[in-house]
Ligand binder design. Sequence first.
Ligand code: APR
Length: 235
Amino acid sequence: MRPSIVILTGAGISAESGVPTFRASDGLWCGHRVEAVATPEGFAANPVLVHDFYNQRRAQLKAVVPNAAHQALARLSAAYDGDVLLVTQNVDDLHDRSHRGVTPKRGFGLIHMHGELLRARCVETGKTCDWRGDIHIDTPSPFGTLGLRPDIVWFGEMPFQMDRIYDALSGCGLFISIGTSGNVYPAAGFVQEATRAGAHTVELNLDPSQGHSLFQERLYGPATEVVPAYIERLL
Ligand code: APR
């Protein structure tokens, strides 16, 4: 059995599918202040604006499909003789779709650490459910009386499944970071955790990230080129 792998992905892996990244000049925040659309305070101040922002992003998913980088990671899950944990900061469902129908060779997990556009959360109970349509301030929650919010981790909130992620990092032999600018913690600190565990660390990105010097191996170019090439070499 080969060493276990933890893969971290960010907005860059979905860029060539047509999902804009966050920090590009024409980026995903669409001219909104981050505080207005991606914080609990922003939601409390103007829930109509926040719902509208995420409704548009949810609708946008219908027009995009997984690209060659997502597909290469699905091939890895199917063929790699070791455990793979795929941790994404992305709230799109492109990893989910590219893995549909794939039987992993060994253990496989997919964690959306910043939540998912296609899930809704009950404001009152915190319970979540699949959600494909729009959410409005008067959309009833199936679980409580105070309505729904997107099941997205906003700034100031705790990302999901951190115990499971740190557990995997502490035992991994290879850590691969793909398409993330390394600006946002805790994800930006995963490379240091993997290094402490003695893992080989690799950055695949369009250009050097904030923490690029922390990686032992670095390959730069569009995700649809560098990711399939790296995965084929690995397999
Ligand atoms: N191929 C590979 N990398 C790319 C491509 C591409 N085609 N296009 C852009 N990139 C790279 C950029 O160079 C940048 O380093 O992807 C990275 C995207 O960075 P961000 O926009 O900052 O996105 P991300 O790192 O995922 O942001 C992290 O911050 O805004 C919050 O919660 C949000 O999950 C998000 C988190």
